[in-house]
Design a protein around this ligand. Structure first.
Ligand SMILES: [Zn+2]
Length: 312
Protein backbone atom coordinates (compact mmCIF):
# COMPACT_ATOMS: atom_id res chain seq x y z
CA UNK A 1 0.00 0.00 0.00
CA UNK A 2 3.07 2.24 0.28
CA UNK A 3 2.85 3.20 -3.38
CA UNK A 4 -0.83 3.90 -3.06
CA UNK A 5 -0.40 6.07 -0.02
CA UNK A 6 2.48 7.95 -1.61
CA UNK A 7 0.35 8.58 -4.65
CA UNK A 8 -2.57 9.68 -2.56
CA UNK A 9 -0.30 12.09 -0.73
CA UNK A 10 0.98 13.60 -3.95
CA UNK A 11 -2.49 13.77 -5.43
CA UNK A 12 -3.93 15.39 -2.37
CA UNK A 13 -1.20 18.03 -2.51
CA UNK A 14 -2.48 18.87 -5.99
CA UNK A 15 -6.17 18.53 -5.35
CA UNK A 16 -6.37 19.88 -1.84
CA UNK A 17 -5.18 23.33 -2.91
CA UNK A 18 -8.85 24.18 -3.17
CA UNK A 19 -10.20 21.08 -1.53
CA UNK A 20 -12.43 20.89 1.46
CA UNK A 21 -12.28 17.71 3.46
CA UNK A 22 -15.68 16.94 4.87
CA UNK A 23 -14.61 14.56 7.57
CA UNK A 24 -16.52 12.72 10.20
CA UNK A 25 -14.26 11.69 13.06
CA UNK A 26 -11.02 12.84 11.42
CA UNK A 27 -7.78 11.41 12.90
CA UNK A 28 -8.10 7.61 12.80
CA UNK A 29 -6.74 5.59 15.72
CA UNK A 30 -7.19 1.80 15.58
CA UNK A 31 -9.32 0.99 12.50
CA UNK A 32 -12.84 -0.02 13.61
CA UNK A 33 -14.46 -3.16 12.17
CA UNK A 34 -15.84 -2.70 8.63
CA UNK A 35 -19.50 -2.50 9.64
CA UNK A 36 -18.82 0.37 12.02
CA UNK A 37 -16.50 2.38 9.78
CA UNK A 38 -17.31 5.98 9.19
CA UNK A 39 -17.42 7.24 5.64
CA UNK A 40 -15.53 10.39 4.76
CA UNK A 41 -15.94 12.55 1.68
CA UNK A 42 -13.04 14.29 0.00
CA UNK A 43 -13.72 17.14 -2.42
CA UNK A 44 -11.55 16.55 -5.48
CA UNK A 45 -12.88 19.33 -7.71
CA UNK A 46 -15.67 21.89 -7.23
CA UNK A 47 -18.24 19.25 -8.24
CA UNK A 48 -16.65 15.83 -7.69
CA UNK A 49 -16.34 14.11 -4.32
CA UNK A 50 -14.63 10.84 -3.45
CA UNK A 51 -16.19 8.86 -0.59
CA UNK A 52 -13.70 6.86 1.44
CA UNK A 53 -14.37 4.09 3.92
CA UNK A 54 -15.91 1.48 1.66
CA UNK A 55 -15.22 -0.53 -1.51
CA UNK A 56 -15.81 2.32 -3.89
CA UNK A 57 -17.80 5.53 -3.73
CA UNK A 58 -18.02 8.94 -5.31
CA UNK A 59 -20.61 11.59 -6.14
CA UNK A 60 -20.97 14.60 -8.40
CA UNK A 61 -23.05 17.63 -7.49
CA UNK A 62 -24.63 18.46 -10.84
CA UNK A 63 -26.85 21.28 -12.07
CA UNK A 64 -30.10 20.17 -10.48
CA UNK A 65 -29.23 16.91 -8.79
CA UNK A 66 -26.55 14.56 -7.53
CA UNK A 67 -25.04 11.57 -9.35
CA UNK A 68 -23.83 8.79 -7.05
CA UNK A 69 -21.31 6.09 -7.97
CA UNK A 70 -21.93 2.75 -6.25
CA UNK A 71 -24.50 2.04 -3.62
CA UNK A 72 -22.42 1.03 -0.57
CA UNK A 73 -22.12 -2.31 1.20
CA UNK A 74 -25.26 -1.91 3.34
CA UNK A 75 -28.32 0.31 3.80
CA UNK A 76 -26.62 1.74 6.91
CA UNK A 77 -23.56 2.79 4.89
CA UNK A 78 -25.87 4.16 2.18
CA UNK A 79 -27.56 6.38 4.76
CA UNK A 80 -24.13 7.59 5.93
CA UNK A 81 -23.20 8.44 2.36
CA UNK A 82 -26.42 10.42 1.89
CA UNK A 83 -25.71 12.33 5.11
CA UNK A 84 -22.32 13.32 3.65
CA UNK A 85 -24.03 14.47 0.44
CA UNK A 86 -26.57 16.48 2.43
CA UNK A 87 -23.71 18.31 4.15
CA UNK A 88 -22.52 19.79 0.86
CA UNK A 89 -25.74 20.23 -1.14
CA UNK A 90 -29.51 20.30 -0.75
CA UNK A 91 -29.95 18.98 -4.31
CA UNK A 92 -31.66 15.58 -4.56
CA UNK A 93 -29.96 12.38 -5.70
CA UNK A 94 -31.29 11.73 -9.20
CA UNK A 95 -28.88 9.15 -10.63
CA UNK A 96 -26.97 6.09 -9.42
CA UNK A 97 -24.23 4.55 -11.58
CA UNK A 98 -23.06 1.06 -10.60
CA UNK A 99 -19.51 0.04 -11.51
CA UNK A 100 -20.31 -3.65 -10.94
CA UNK A 101 -22.55 -5.96 -8.93
CA UNK A 102 -20.37 -7.17 -6.03
CA UNK A 103 -22.37 -7.13 -2.81
CA UNK A 104 -20.30 -4.37 -1.22
CA UNK A 105 -21.22 -2.07 -4.12
CA UNK A 106 -24.97 -2.77 -4.38
CA UNK A 107 -26.38 -3.87 -1.01
CA UNK A 108 -27.24 -0.29 -0.04
CA UNK A 109 -29.49 0.30 -3.09
CA UNK A 110 -32.82 0.09 -1.16
CA UNK A 111 -31.70 2.93 1.15
CA UNK A 112 -31.40 5.41 -1.73
CA UNK A 113 -34.44 7.43 -2.88
CA UNK A 114 -37.04 5.44 -4.82
CA UNK A 115 -37.52 6.24 -8.49
CA UNK A 116 -34.04 7.48 -9.33
CA UNK A 117 -32.28 6.46 -12.54
CA UNK A 118 -30.00 3.47 -11.85
CA UNK A 119 -27.44 2.82 -14.58
CA UNK A 120 -25.48 -0.42 -15.04
CA UNK A 121 -24.31 -3.00 -17.52
CA UNK A 122 -26.92 -5.67 -18.36
CA UNK A 123 -24.82 -8.49 -16.88
CA UNK A 124 -24.61 -6.63 -13.57
CA UNK A 125 -28.38 -6.05 -13.47
CA UNK A 126 -28.87 -9.75 -14.17
CA UNK A 127 -26.30 -10.68 -11.52
CA UNK A 128 -28.16 -8.65 -8.86
CA UNK A 129 -31.42 -10.38 -9.83
CA UNK A 130 -29.80 -13.83 -9.92
CA UNK A 131 -28.17 -13.28 -6.52
CA UNK A 132 -31.61 -12.87 -5.02
CA UNK A 133 -33.04 -15.93 -6.73
CA UNK A 134 -33.87 -18.61 -4.21
CA UNK A 135 -30.86 -20.81 -3.58
CA UNK A 136 -28.42 -18.37 -5.15
CA UNK A 137 -28.29 -15.65 -2.51
CA UNK A 138 -24.72 -15.72 -1.18
CA UNK A 139 -24.47 -14.70 2.50
CA UNK A 140 -22.92 -11.35 1.70
CA UNK A 141 -25.73 -10.38 -0.68
CA UNK A 142 -29.07 -8.80 0.15
CA UNK A 143 -32.18 -9.32 -1.94
CA UNK A 144 -32.77 -6.02 -3.77
CA UNK A 145 -36.45 -5.07 -4.28
CA UNK A 146 -37.46 -4.72 -7.94
CA UNK A 147 -37.97 -0.95 -7.63
CA UNK A 148 -34.26 -0.56 -6.85
CA UNK A 149 -32.83 -2.64 -9.67
CA UNK A 150 -30.92 -0.94 -12.52
CA UNK A 151 -33.42 0.66 -14.93
CA UNK A 152 -31.05 2.13 -17.51
CA UNK A 153 -28.71 -0.30 -19.27
CA UNK A 154 -25.51 0.74 -21.04
CA UNK A 155 -22.92 -1.25 -22.99
CA UNK A 156 -19.54 -0.70 -24.64
CA UNK A 157 -18.85 3.02 -24.84
CA UNK A 158 -21.63 5.47 -23.99
CA UNK A 159 -21.24 9.25 -23.86
CA UNK A 160 -23.75 10.90 -21.58
CA UNK A 161 -24.42 14.30 -20.07
CA UNK A 162 -26.12 13.92 -16.72
CA UNK A 163 -26.99 16.95 -14.60
CA UNK A 164 -24.75 19.00 -16.88
CA UNK A 165 -21.73 16.74 -16.29
CA UNK A 166 -20.13 15.11 -19.33
CA UNK A 167 -19.15 11.50 -18.80
CA UNK A 168 -18.02 8.54 -20.83
CA UNK A 169 -19.22 5.15 -19.57
CA UNK A 170 -16.82 2.42 -20.64
CA UNK A 171 -16.66 -1.36 -20.57
CA UNK A 172 -14.54 -3.73 -22.59
CA UNK A 173 -14.76 -7.27 -21.27
CA UNK A 174 -15.39 -9.26 -18.10
CA UNK A 175 -12.35 -8.42 -15.95
CA UNK A 176 -12.46 -8.06 -12.14
CA UNK A 177 -15.97 -9.51 -12.34
CA UNK A 178 -18.53 -10.49 -14.95
CA UNK A 179 -19.05 -6.81 -15.76
CA UNK A 180 -16.91 -3.77 -14.96
CA UNK A 181 -18.14 -0.30 -15.86
CA UNK A 182 -15.57 2.50 -15.73
CA UNK A 183 -16.59 6.17 -15.86
CA UNK A 184 -14.38 8.88 -17.35
CA UNK A 185 -15.09 12.52 -16.55
CA UNK A 186 -13.34 14.37 -19.41
CA UNK A 187 -13.76 17.88 -17.99
CA UNK A 188 -12.30 16.81 -14.65
CA UNK A 189 -9.83 14.28 -16.12
CA UNK A 190 -10.91 11.83 -13.43
CA UNK A 191 -11.42 8.10 -14.05
CA UNK A 192 -13.81 6.31 -11.69
CA UNK A 193 -12.50 2.76 -12.02
CA UNK A 194 -14.49 0.77 -9.46
CA UNK A 195 -12.75 -2.48 -8.55
CA UNK A 196 -11.27 -2.95 -12.03
CA UNK A 197 -8.10 -1.85 -10.33
CA UNK A 198 -7.45 -2.61 -6.66
CA UNK A 199 -3.98 -1.80 -5.41
CA UNK A 200 -3.45 -3.94 -2.37
CA UNK A 201 -0.04 -5.04 -1.09
CA UNK A 202 0.23 -7.87 -3.61
CA UNK A 203 0.04 -5.30 -6.44
CA UNK A 204 -1.82 -7.75 -8.71
CA UNK A 205 -5.40 -7.78 -10.04
CA UNK A 206 -8.26 -9.22 -8.01
CA UNK A 207 -10.29 -11.49 -10.29
CA UNK A 208 -13.55 -13.31 -9.52
CA UNK A 209 -12.49 -16.51 -11.24
CA UNK A 210 -15.75 -18.29 -10.36
CA UNK A 211 -18.01 -15.30 -10.93
CA UNK A 212 -17.29 -14.39 -14.52
CA UNK A 213 -13.97 -12.54 -14.11
CA UNK A 214 -11.14 -12.93 -16.61
CA UNK A 215 -7.42 -12.11 -16.53
CA UNK A 216 -7.35 -11.61 -20.30
CA UNK A 217 -10.38 -9.32 -20.10
CA UNK A 218 -8.68 -7.47 -17.26
CA UNK A 219 -5.62 -6.71 -19.40
CA UNK A 220 -7.87 -5.59 -22.29
CA UNK A 221 -9.93 -3.38 -19.98
CA UNK A 222 -6.99 -1.70 -18.26
CA UNK A 223 -5.26 -1.09 -21.59
CA UNK A 224 -8.53 0.46 -22.82
CA UNK A 225 -8.82 2.63 -19.73
CA UNK A 226 -5.26 3.91 -20.23
CA UNK A 227 -6.14 5.25 -23.69
CA UNK A 228 -7.93 8.08 -21.86
CA UNK A 229 -5.97 11.01 -20.54
CA UNK A 230 -6.96 10.91 -16.87
CA UNK A 231 -4.85 12.67 -14.26
CA UNK A 232 -6.45 10.87 -11.31
CA UNK A 233 -7.89 7.37 -10.95
CA UNK A 234 -10.24 6.53 -8.10
CA UNK A 235 -9.87 2.77 -7.73
CA UNK A 236 -11.36 0.04 -5.58
CA UNK A 237 -10.92 -0.22 -1.85
CA UNK A 238 -9.76 3.28 -1.15
CA UNK A 239 -7.19 4.10 -3.73
CA UNK A 240 -6.68 7.47 -5.44
CA UNK A 241 -3.76 6.88 -7.77
CA UNK A 242 -2.02 8.17 -10.86
CA UNK A 243 -1.33 6.59 -14.23
CA UNK A 244 2.07 5.18 -13.16
CA UNK A 245 0.43 3.07 -10.44
CA UNK A 246 -2.02 1.55 -12.95
CA UNK A 247 0.73 0.93 -15.52
CA UNK A 248 2.85 -0.81 -12.90
CA UNK A 249 0.03 -3.23 -12.07
CA UNK A 250 -0.69 -3.80 -15.76
CA UNK A 251 2.97 -4.62 -16.48
CA UNK A 252 3.13 -6.98 -13.49
CA UNK A 253 -0.05 -8.75 -14.60
CA UNK A 254 1.15 -9.17 -18.20
CA UNK A 255 4.54 -10.50 -17.03
CA UNK A 256 2.92 -12.96 -14.62
CA UNK A 257 0.48 -14.18 -17.30
CA UNK A 258 3.42 -15.00 -19.58
CA UNK A 259 5.48 -16.71 -16.86
CA UNK A 260 2.64 -18.82 -15.43
CA UNK A 261 1.65 -19.93 -18.96
CA UNK A 262 5.24 -20.94 -19.73
CA UNK A 263 5.58 -22.99 -16.53
CA UNK A 264 2.10 -24.52 -16.85
CA UNK A 265 2.93 -25.75 -20.33
CA UNK A 266 6.06 -27.42 -18.92
CA UNK A 267 3.84 -29.29 -16.46
CA UNK A 268 5.04 -27.44 -13.35
CA UNK A 269 2.48 -27.78 -10.50
CA UNK A 270 0.75 -24.69 -9.09
CA UNK A 271 2.64 -24.74 -5.76
CA UNK A 272 5.99 -24.59 -7.57
CA UNK A 273 4.75 -21.95 -9.99
CA UNK A 274 3.67 -19.79 -7.05
CA UNK A 275 7.17 -20.00 -5.54
CA UNK A 276 8.73 -19.17 -8.91
CA UNK A 277 6.59 -16.06 -9.51
CA UNK A 278 6.43 -15.09 -5.80
CA UNK A 279 2.63 -14.90 -5.87
CA UNK A 280 1.33 -14.88 -3.24
CA UNK A 281 4.32 -12.90 -2.09
CA UNK A 282 5.15 -14.23 1.39
CA UNK A 283 6.61 -10.84 2.33
CA UNK A 284 3.34 -9.04 1.71
CA UNK A 285 -0.18 -9.31 3.06
CA UNK A 286 -2.48 -11.64 1.12
CA UNK A 287 -4.85 -10.22 -1.47
CA UNK A 288 -7.63 -8.72 0.57
CA UNK A 289 -10.61 -7.71 -1.50
CA UNK A 290 -13.65 -6.35 0.27
CA UNK A 291 -13.31 -6.64 4.04
CA UNK A 292 -16.75 -8.17 4.41
CA UNK A 293 -17.25 -9.38 0.86
CA UNK A 294 -16.05 -12.18 -1.39
CA UNK A 295 -12.47 -13.45 -1.07
CA UNK A 296 -10.00 -13.65 -3.94
CA UNK A 297 -7.44 -16.31 -4.88
CA UNK A 298 -3.90 -15.12 -5.70
CA UNK A 299 -3.51 -13.99 -9.31
CA UNK A 300 -1.18 -16.97 -10.01
CA UNK A 301 -3.98 -19.35 -9.03
CA UNK A 302 -6.45 -17.49 -11.25
CA UNK A 303 -4.08 -17.88 -14.20
CA UNK A 304 -3.42 -21.57 -13.48
CA UNK A 305 -7.16 -22.25 -13.22
CA UNK A 306 -7.85 -20.42 -16.51
CA UNK A 307 -5.13 -22.45 -18.25
CA UNK A 308 -6.58 -25.67 -16.85
CA UNK A 309 -10.11 -24.71 -17.95
CA UNK A 310 -9.02 -23.48 -21.38
CA UNK A 311 -10.27 -19.93 -20.65
CA UNK A 312 -6.83 -18.27 -20.49
ZN1 LIG B 1 -15.60 -5.95 -6.63
Amino acid sequence: MRIVMKSVASILVVFCMSAIVVAQGAAPQAPPPPAARKLVSVRLTPKVYWVKGMGFGAFIVGEKGVIVFDACRSPEAARQMQALIAKVTSKPITTMILTHSDSDHVNGLPAFPAGIRIISLEQNRKDIVDSATEGHLAPEYMAIPKAYLPNHIVAGRTEMKIEGEKMVLLSWAPAHSLGDLVIYLPEERIMLAGDLVVLDQQDLPLIHIDHGGSSKGWVTSVQGMLTYDASLYIVGHEGAVVRDDIEKQLDAAIAERAKVKELYEKGVPLAEIQVAVQDPNPNKKPASGPANGPKFPPFSEVLYTELKRGTF
